[in-house]
Design a protein around this ligand. Structure first.
Ligand SMILES: NC(=O)c1ccc[n+]([C@@H]2O[C@H](COP(=O)([O-])OP(=O)(O)OC[C@H]3O[C@@H](n4cnc5c(N)ncnc54)[C@H](O)[C@@H]3O)[C@@H](O)[C@H]2O)c1
Length: 351
């Protein structure tokens, strides 16, 4: 399994297994870093096997560390991946019990983690967690639509470098995955006059959105990578683009809401293909920023826009890929602020 090796190589602090038989709670809670503050842990509920859940928690928690640091937040990164209980979560009481059990189990860890929603989890679920522990964020924030708007703003900033203009009028954007984030992104792009092609594992979702957005095309997920476009926006569940897919890609920019859209070492293949990749942790941060600060959704999205501009400027200046620049910026902030030693920032967590 080599989990410890993976934790060591990526610098994780801990991986905790949570279990409560009556509610069906089985979860992997990874803490990657608490250098800047308690780890914000995105909570996911997905049909995964145990190993996928462990690996998913390790990968997501590292992204959250980079995301929080780059966004200027006084938080570290974590992730909590819940296995789907055998009894399902359709019964509202079963769902309440599951998330309240999670809240109870997190109580002893309150100084180290705060939980917020990610895939398969709603603000109402986090509100159940909040009945058991104050260690939550985003109970009153619709983080997915804020994230979608932030991806739109970040995409425009990235397009200045990759396409020479940030206008989306007439720009061909292919969106993979039109759930909560992908749909919001599509709506903003459509409003600005982008030409959209949509694909989703659930084709009825893509078709319903295309019906709402007059003029959007729908293709199968297997065909999307062959569609000529300017921007590819992955908004699915992760690793949507395998290295073997990269030679097929017709785009000049990859910018979407999905965590880990590229498979391992995919960045090198993308660079080789002459495609600009704006990393997930830079562009999908608006929901997290809005949940963690007093900023409005618009202000949170503008922070993403500004961060992406900064990354693009430095990347151009030094001839480095944006994902390398973004990671260095995040790690530099962690190193510098970490060097101040332990203590709590006076302005709290809302940097
Ligand atoms: N929701 C948030 O607040 C938030 C914040 C930051 C990042 N993200 C990331 O954005 C991504 C999307 O999140 P969401 O909340 O929209 O999820 P969602 O479940 O609402 O929607 C995801 C959609 O993508 C489709 N999909 C998944 N993988 C696919 C693939 N390979 N090909 C085609 N379709 C695929 C699914 O069928 C679904 O319709 C995730 O990676 C998530 O981690 C979400």
């Amino acid at each position: 399994m080599q989990i410890f090796e993976e934790m060591q190589s990526r610098g994780h602090e801990s991986l905790t297994l949570l279990h409560h038989a009556p509610s069906g709670l089985k979860a992997a809670l990874a803490v990657h870093s608490t250098v800047l503050g308690p780890a914000i842990a995105g909570v996911r509920l997905r049909p995964l096997d145990e190993l996928e859940a462990l690996r998913g928690a390790l990968a997501l928690s590292e992204s959250l560390t980079l995301k929080a640091a780059l966004a200027g937040l006084n938080y570290g990164g974590g992730a909590c991946v819940l296995l789907l209980p055998d009894q399902g979560v359709d019964d509202p009481h079963a769902r309440e019990a599951l998330f309240r059990a999670l809240g109870r189990q997190v109580r002893p860890l309150e100084s180290r983690v705060v939980l917020t929603e990610d895939i398969g989890v709603t603000p109402a679920d986090i509100a159940f967690v909040a009945q058991e522990t104050p260690a939550t964020l985003g109970v009153n924030t619709d983080t997915s639509s804020v994230t979608g708007y932030g991806v739109y703003r970040g995409m425009k900033a990235a397009a200045r470098f990759a396409l020479g203009s940030e206008s989306m009028r007439g720009v061909r954007v292919a969106i993979l995955g039109v759930g909560a984030v992908g749909r919001t992104l599509a709506e903003h792009l459509h409003r600005e006059g982008a030409r959209l092609t949509l694909a989703d594992h659930r084709p009825e979702r893509a078709q319903a959105l295309a019906d709402d957005l007059d003029g959007a095309a729908v293709v199968g997920t297997a065909e999307l990578f062959d569609v000529p476009c300017d921007i590819l926006a992955p908004c699915g569940y992760g690793h949507s683009i395998r290295s073997a897919d990269v030679p097929r890609l017709q785009c000049r920019l990859i910018a979407g809401g999905e965590h880990h859209p590229l498979s391992r070492n995919g960045e090198a293949a993308v660079k080789e293909a002459g495609i600009v990749y704006m990393p997930d942790f830079a562009i999908n941060a608006a929901g997290l920023i809005a949940a963690a600060t007093a900023l409005t959704p618009e202000q949170a999205a503008e922070r993403v826009y500004g961060t992406v501009l900064r990354i693009g400027t430095v990347a151009e200046q030094y001839g480095k890929p944006p994902h390398v620049v973004a990671r260095r910026m995040a790690e530099r902030r962690i190193d510098l602020i970490g060097s101040l030693g332990t203590g709590t920032a006076l302005q709290g967590r809302s940097a």
